[in-house]
Design a protein around this ligand. Structure first.
Ligand code: SF4
Length: 463
């Protein structure tokens, strides 16, 4: 995933970038980086959380009214390497800093092509490739729109990109299918672009709108704004933003995440057939859905699992061993809520099934009479090639197992999955990427890319 933020303001951008990045910390905990322009660029990046990387002194040093900031989530090609942290800085006629959220689906083919042309890439990070292509094209005409057009003609995949260009300003663009989010905010002092609207609320910007699929916006250092649609196809925003990834207080592509999650609960209530005494959420993401689900079926809602808020998200952890250790310190049951009860436990999704199995065991050990597991997301059967680091289909529990086989593996009395129609209704979208559920990838994935990504993921999991 990753979180991106860009600012053009009348004052210094760094402090705003810092607080915006902390608001986007949930989108990536692996690394973070910031680049500001005061004439020339200044940059700092590192591994870990935003508050561990940047000191007050850094924020003072990173002066300038234009800046970009990134929180990084580990993906297929990398496992917590400093050189993969964004921004990437390229020197051409102008120095260009770039960050992005997403994943290129023709990365390996394009890398080979560039290699034949003598372009050396130091990392396997697709933003390095994009920044080099962009800088090369920008050099030809000093025209941002031309450079983005040329870049979009070459790269394929999901990308929401922010680019800071020395002496020019900030450029933002979203891929032709608008798979990853990117939106524009405004206040009396300037503009902000970000992955989620929560950033605008926290920094005092008014949310203006989402960028359209294939749109590019240029905000100059003098705060002049121009935009153009470069290449537009059917929009396929990622359904996982509403189901799991985005903060509940964000609005993505005009749909409030909180409202979508409430509706996921209503949709689940339509298909749940068991008698239960209490509904509990797996904190934190599933809380909103579980609350509405309980209200709709007329059963009391209680907090039955308490999360150690300092243990981090297990899904985002880069390998199985770290994930398993994290689960065991992450959740603790409240015995008075669970003992002798028929418990419906709602989670946002089931990926590998290992966390769900442990939760069922926790609830049984706490004295639950029955455990009915409910997933707010339909079965995840296919890998994601657009920026979410799901495991290979072999590791996905729903990849080759029936619902009853999964229930049995988890040790639950019943297992209810959300329907695909339920997600569409909740997100209020007629077209969305749901490829990890239904296998209908909006963009073709070359076999070579699939193989290399699967191998990279398998390798990363060994670490
Ligand atoms: S495959 Fe799934 S996770 Fe990936 S972009 Fe599509 S909906 Fe989102």
């Amino acid at each position: 995933m990753c979180g991106v933020i860009g600012i053009v303001t009348r004052g210094n951008a760094a402090a705003q970038l810092y607080y915006g990045m902390t608001a986007l910390q949930h989108r990536g905990q692996d690394a973070a980086g910031m680049l500001t322009l005061n004439g020339g660029p200044k940059m700092k990046k590192g591994l870990g959380h935003v508050d561990k990387i940047f000191s007050q002194h850094d924020i003072q040093e990173l002066d300038g009214n234009i800046g970009i900031g990134h929180t990084r989530y580990p993906t297929a090609s990398s496992n917590n390497k400093h050189e993969d942290a964004h921004p990437f800085l390229v020197s051409s006629t102008k120095r260009v800093g770039m960050i992005h959220n997403g994943n290129l689906t023709n990365y390996y083919a394009l890398r080979e092509l560039l290699k034949k042309r003598g372009v050396f890439l130091e990392t396997e990070n697709d933003v390095e490739m994009m920044s080099k292509i962009f800088a090369h094209e920008y050099e030809k005409k000093q025209d941002v729109f031309f450079a983005v057009e040329r870049l979009m003609a070459r790269v394929k995949g999901a990308y929401s990109v922010l680019t800071a260009i020395e002496d020019v300003g900030l450029v933002a663009f979203r891929d032709p299918n608008g798979i990853r989010p990117l939106m524009l905010g405004k206040n009396e002092n300037g503009y902000c672009l970000a992955s989620e609207s929560i950033v605008f609320q926290q920094l005092g910007y008014e949310r203006v709108r989402d960028l359209e699929a294939g749109e590019v916006i240029l905000i100059t250092k003098d705060l002049e704004v121009t935009n153009r649609i470069i290449k537009q196809k059917t929009a396929y925003p990622c359904m996982f933003e509403w189901v799991y990834f985005a903060r509940p207080d964000s609005i993505i592509d005009d749909r409030a995440v909180y409202n979508a999650r409430l509706q996921l609960g209503v949709q689940l209530a339509k298909i749940f057939e068991k008698e239960v005494d209490v509904v509990i959420p797996v904190p934190d993401t599933a809380r909103t859905t579980a609350l509405k689900f309980a209200e709709t079926i007329g059963v009391k809602y209680r907090e039955g699992l308490i999360k150690n808020r300092y243990s981090g998200r297990t899904f985002i952890m880069p390998d199985q061993k770290t994930r398993e250790q994290a689960v065991s310190v992450k959740l603790n049951p409240i015995i008075t809520v669970i003992k002798d009860k028929r418990v419906a436990v709602v989670d946002d999704s089931i990926v590998r099934g290992t966390t769900s199995k442990r939760i069922v065991m926790l609830l049984r050990n706490a004295g639950a009479k029955e455990v009915h597991f409910i997933s707010a997301c339909p079965p995840i059967k296919n890998p994601c090639f657009y920026g979410i680091d799901f495991p290979t289909d072999k590791e996905l529990i729903a990849g080759a197992r029936s619902v009853d086989e999964i229930r049995e593996y988890m040790g639950a009395d019943s297992l209810t999955y959300q329907s695909i129609e339920g997600v569409k209704t909740a997100c209020k979208k007629t077209s969305m990427c749901m490829a990890c559920l239904d296998g209908k990838y909006p963009l073709k994935i070359p076999m070579e890319q699939q193989e290399v990504m699967a191998a990279a993921r398998a390798e990363a999991r060994k670490c």
